[in-house]
Design a protein around this ligand. Sequence first.
Ligand code: IPE
Ligand code: IPE
Ligand code: MG
Length: 256
Amino acid sequence: MNAVLGSATALDAERLPRHIAIIMDGNGRWAKQRHLPRTAGHHAGVGAVRRTVEFCAKKGITALTLFAFSSENWRRPQEEVSVLMGLFLATLEKETQKLHQNNVRMRIIGDRSAFVPELQERMDAAERMTADNNGLNLSIAANYGGRWDITQAARRLAQEVADGRLSPADLTEQKLEALMSLADLPEPDLFIRTGGEQRISNFLLWQLAYTELYFTPVLWPDFDEQTLSQAIADYAGRQRRFGYTGDQVLQRSESR
Ligand code: IPE
Ligand code: IPE
Ligand code: MG
């Protein structure tokens, strides 16, 4: 953290990230440390999800995006995958109403066609129920891959070209971006990965282009308000330059 910023100022609304994206990693190791099956870690991880959502809603954060299941996680033992699917279903059933009461707008990003119909219906229902809420935008990435996201957007633009509605010369970054997941939200300001690994693992590849990255060794089931506040304070102490020089950024903020 920047030494000039005390932790009190660091949490000033002005320096709060508008959009936080998290890779919730370390469930398996958390369980292993306790000589429990990996799936016990996934169950324990639900508590950390609840704490994180509540914290972000309370702080007035605009958007929270959580990586719950990657397009590569199907490679795991079948039993673990099926416990995870059961957990999604149960959590959606149990938590959606409460999220709705708290004005949370929920969506699921990723290729949901791979999920069993019952789970797809639950996902649709949760989105429908919370569609008109204007509080925290909670996005759950499930069977999500950053490469999938870019590919599905490209495929839709290719279709427009094939239909003669778009010429290749008019294919711009903005047009592609508009078709990516989360296009209607501010880009993630702060990315957090728990569990100590320092990689993106095919999460939001396009959307993270200018996101501040924060890695913590804390295992996901142990993630709490304190760890999240630390990440936000660290973020608040950084200078985001977007290609400008540091002096230019200072001048711009002084003239505001
Ligand atoms: C993250 O925890 C949860 C999912 C990927 C679904 P892991 O299950 O990857 O935990 P570790 O990395 O094995 O500890
Ligand atoms: C990334 O974690 C996916 C989720 C947290 C859902 P992984 O544990 O699957 O990532 P790798 O395999 O270690 O890169
Ligand atoms: Mg992992």
